[in-house]
Design a protein around this ligand. Structure first.
Ligand code: RIB
Ligand code: CA
Length: 321
């Protein structure tokens, strides 16, 4: 693990696993969390913004929240998956409204402003659909030269999808925006289902967090219950997958992950819609869609116990006392 502080903006659709990721970033000694930008996805963008403000308030921090996109670029907005994260995005805990409000800038404006203020230093960690990043690219076409890296939780290269046999939810939510993000010449690392389906966060760990973290631990356990009940039903596991938190942990411990690289196109229609298709072997195909795209990185292996260790340490650290 490096000892250098990492500046980070998290683009998020909280979301129970988003909360796991955001709390980990807040508590991690090597992360400086500059802000949260919100998108529709698990819930509406209004609910996502409320939830992000609530997470900041529960943590007792003063981190800006900027509201982002409400719909996909072209696709019709699909119903929110309330059966996964609850109608409120936090397992139907129906928390009180946050006291604070979002900043006046849009998510994309906030991203562009912060990246231009800290050129070369910011990791953009996107753990929801990618409309805000695509909009930020539109606002500042030079953005790819000014971010340190983009790390996304999304996509799948060779494993099973979670919203179709070949597609992952964040990418499928807005495949056009995702394709624009993968085509941009920034360093992009995809932390997809190839690795996050290997990271099982056991129910018992949330009990341990509730006992040791008196600030947000009980919320984390109680909201995760809904998420775990969903996964125990559909995947017969007594826990949940560490989807979003893995993208945050990649930034500070990339050595826990093994990657492959190549240009990526995202399918934007047909039965494969939302598929992240990487040309990994440098074969000159007759179909040339990949030819003019930069090679990006996709995580294919992971030290899952290493990721769990960092999550546990962050959630039970003295930061919360
Ligand atoms: O496919 C998992 C992703 O979709 C996670 O980011 C989860 O929060 C949902 O947004
Ligand atoms: Ca998410």
């Amino acid at each position: 693990m490096s000892d250098k502080m990492q500046k980070m903006i998290i683009d998020t659709d909280p979301g129970i696993d988003d909360a796991m990721a955001i709390f980990t970033a807040m508590a991690h000694p090597q992360i400086e969390l500059l802000g949260l930008t919100t998108t529709y996805g698990n819930v509406s963008v209004d609910q996502a913004t409320t939830n992000a403000l609530k997470l900041v308030e529960m943590a007792g921090l003063d981190i800006p929240v900027a509201k982002g996109v409400a719909t996909p670029w072209f696709k019709p907005l699909a119903p929110f998956p309330d059966f996964v994260h609850g109608a409120d995005g936090f397992g139907n805990l129906n928390l009180s409204a946050p006291q604070r409000s979002a900043v006046s800038q849009s998510a994309a404006q906030f991203i562009v402003e912060q990246v231009n203020k800290h050129p070369g230093e910011i990791s953009l960690v996107a753990i929801g659909p990618l409309g805000n990043l695509a909009t930020a690219l539109h606002l500042d076409p030079e953005l790819p030269n000014k971010v340190k890296q983009v790390v996304i939780m999304g996509g799948v290269i060779a494993a099973d999808g979670n919203v179709s046999p070949v597609a992952e939810a964040n990418i499928l939510s807005d495949p056009h925006a995702a394709d624009r993000v993968f085509a941009a010449p920034w360093k992009l690392v995809m932390v997809g289902l190839d690795v996050t389906h290997q990271i099982l966060v056991p129910r018992g760990l949330f009990d341990e967090i509730a006992e040791q973290n008196l600030r947000v631990g009980q919320f984390m356990r109680d909201s995760a219950k809904f998420y775990i009940d969903f996964y125990s039903e559909v995947r017969d596991i007594d826990g949940c997958y560490g989807h979003d938190v893995s993208a945050v942990i990649y930034v500070v411990e990339p050595e826990l992950f093994g990657t492959v690289s190549g240009p990526v196109c995202v399918a934007t229609d047909g039965p494969a819609i939302g598929q992240t298709i990487m040309s990994r072997y440098g074969i000159p195909y007759p179909l040339t869609d990949w030819n003019h795209r930069p090679a990006q990185y996709a995580c294919m292996t992971v030290d899952d116990l290493g990721v769990l260790k960092t999550f546990r340490e962050a959630m039970t650290s003295s930061f919360w006392r």
